[in-house]
Write a protein of this length. Structure first.
Length: 629
């Protein structure tokens, strides 16, 4: 950690000089050792001269052993801090080529922006297998539209804008957008899942585009090609980058859940700015962060309505909360009239929600409309209160709809869901476990990446499972959310966006308007349900933005989660620094866990970067997808 708060003594990363040490050229190396957070200086042996440049992966001696590292500075002046040239050790081995200079610099930006460690990011940007050399950059013309006209005219002049958001409905094909993108030359396409990577590669090859999969095609990408990959593909080497496309930018899988919590969407926008190329973000349900970053374009209401499934709502407000059970009459009717059915039930362990015995309404938070539970501390004295799991606000035990104080717990973990559905449907129903698909008296094994086909190869036509099935099943006629209120009232601050994205995933799975998505809920007027019914995701944006601003969550404010064994020591060192800054606040949620908030992200990052990390394990998350519970 440097005196001015930077993680590494490199700004910019690549600094070229002309002097060399007595043993040969001197280079700066960042090593893959967690407690070493500075650049170390080494000389390059004659046998490696000409092969080692910025980004090269090497092995170097350190503390009596050899460790892996990356070259981040070449032709270093031996007069710089680090000792005299004669005191420097030699690089022991050249391992492989690594990220080029512009990607090393991008990794340094990500490390600062999310207060993370540079070696972790350089590892993500490096090839998985050793690469000794790459072919010269190929000179190829961009692919022209086959019709001779510009593709996706509804995108407008997107190449002239820095960031464009394409609100593409769930079941709409990507071909039109991809055709428009490849007119710019080599395109970097970042997808949230391997299934989408395969689908996009197939579309590009049908267009006649030379495309490679990241990270397998790392060397081919460095020689010049269109690249498609998952989250880490945003660091792919591309000497002729013409445009960047992020598919389903709202998807949580584009964000790293561990520290640093970098998001591929934000990194793509920064890379586009540095390279001067346009960035196209596609999403059926654009995130608030994306809407704040660029200009929204839509293909028109007719296309959007066709791309969303037919949504049916099973309003359960009139059902007896204590006796109605998990399944409604509307669900029973839809189940009997559909062949391939997927039933989604996200279990929440012992957690339960509350409903009013009198009117059947769900009880939720007055501030954020989140899920509430009873505080058991006052049960004996009759002073219990409702506590929100999202913002932790409390209020009296009173129904907002009718004023009744009679409430009942709604258990979400239902072991007999599959057997109840099987009795109702009068046909075989399977459940999915880690081992495979379990049915009555049989088991169908699943391999990694296997796409489940309902009614094929011994698989039942009806499956019950968590939301993970939306990404594993190939196609269905009906997707039923058995208890959707737990998504609408979820404890996480992004629950509204997440709930709408689940409906979008289900719409894609059933093929748009030709399929059906059934929602069982006691909140039929919730903006998420209404947005899906009307095929208009914009209905959720304004209310969600107001909630985030009220509660101080991103993008209204930036926040950092500090926790882990090293959390108390880190906060002890951080608090004196924060005392001089009025724009940063600290909220201790529980013992050993803090939320640090600021409207100025750069200020927050600077404050956190000035603190030396303690030896115990530290949890430091900036703007995470979800908060620890």
């Amino acid at each position: 950690m440097t005196s001015d708060g930077r993680l590494f003594d490199l700004e910019p990363v690549v600094q070229r000089h002309t002097t060399t040490g007595p043993g040969g050229p001197v280079v700066g190396v960042v090593v893959e050792v967690s407690r070493v957070e500075r650049v170390l200086w080494y000389t390059v042996p004659k046998r490696f001269v000409g092969r080692i440049d910025v980004g090269a992966q090497v092995r170097v001696p350190l503390g009596g052993r050899r460790v892996d590292g990356w070259v981040v500075d070449v032709d270093v002046d031996v007069g710089r801090p680090g000792g005299r040239g004669g005191d420097l050790k030699e690089i022991a081995r050249f391992r492989s080529l690594g990220p080029p200079a512009d990607i090393v610099d991008l990794c340094q930006w990500v490390a600062r922006h999310w207060v993370g460690r540079l070696p972790q990011l350089l590892a993500s940007a490096s090839p998985q297998r050793a690469v000794a050399a790459v072919a010269p950059v190929r000179a190829e013309r961009p692919v022209a539209p086959r019709s001779g006209a510009s593709s996706a005219p509804w995108l407008g002049a997107w190449r002239e804008r820095r960031v464009t958001i394409a609100r593409l409905p769930p079941a709409a094909p990507f071909g039109e957008v991809l055709s428009a993108a490849v007119e710019s030359g080599d395109v970097l396409v970042v997808c949230p899942s391997l299934h989408l990577v395969g689908a996009v590669l197939a579309d590009l090859r049908r267009l006649g585009v030379r495309a490679v999969r990241h990270p397998d095609g790392w060397a081919a990408a460095a020689a010049g090609a269109t690249v498609v990959g998952s989250r880490t593909a945003v660091f792919a080497p591309m000497p002729r980058l013409g445009a960047i496309v992020v598919v389903d930018e709202h998807d949580v899988r584009l964000q790293n859940e561990g520290s640093p919590t970098w998001n591929a969407r934000e990194v793509a926008i920064e890379r586009g700015r540095r390279c001067g190329v346009p960035v196209l973000l596609t999403s059926a349900t654009p995130s608030l962060e994306a809407l704040a970053a660029g200009e929204l374009r839509t293909p028109g209401r007719t296309v959007e309505r066709t791309g969303w499934a037919t949504v049916r709502v099973a309003d359960r407000r009139d059902d007896d909360i204590g006796r109605s059970g998990l399944l409604s009459e509307t669900f029973a009717e839809a189940l009997r009239s559909s062949r391939r059915v997927l039933c989604v039930l996200n279990r929440m362990g012992r957690a339960s929600m509350l409903g009013c015995r009198t009117c059947g309404s769900m009880l939720c938070c007055d501030l954020c409309e989140g899920w509430v539970t009873l505080d058991d501390a006052g049960l004996d004295t009759g002073t219990s209160r409702l506590r929100c799991h999202r913002c932790e606000a409390e209020r009296p035990v009173v129904c907002q709809s009718c004023g009744s104080t009679a409430v009942r717990s709604l258990r979400l973990g239902v072991d007999g869901a599959a057997s109840s559905i099987e009795a109702l449907a009068r046909r075989s129903v399977g459940t999915v476990t880690r081992q495979g698909i379990m049915g009555v008296g049989r088991q169908v094994l699943l391999t990694p990446g296997h796409r489940i086909r309902l009614g094929v190869g011994g698989c039942p036509e009806v499956l019950v499972g968590t939301e993970a099935l939306l990404h594993r099943v190939a196609e269905a006629d009906l997707v039923a959310f058995l208890e959707f209120d737990q998504e609408l009232l979820g404890a996480q601050y992004r629950s509204t966006e997440r709930a709408l994205s689940l409906l979008a995933d289900a719409s894609r799975l059933v093929g748009g308007r030709s399929g059906t998505v059934l929602v069982q809920t006691r909140l039929p007027n919730h903006e998420v349900v209404q947005a899906a019914l009307r095929s208009d995701p914009a209905l959720t944006s304004a209310p969600e933005a107001k909630r985030r601003a009220l509660l101080g969550f991103p993008p209204a404010q930036s926040l950092a989660v500090v926790g882990g064994a090293g959390g108390p020591e880190f906060m002890r060192r951080l608090l004196p620094i924060l005392e001089s800054e009025s724009g940063v606040t600290v909220d201790q949620r529980r013992d050993g866990e803090w939320l640090v908030r600021s409207r100025d992200r750069e200020l927050l990052v600077a404050m956190l970067g000035r603190v030396e990390r303690p030896a115990p394990a530290l949890r430091l998350w900036l703007d995470p997808i979800r908060l620890p519970r």
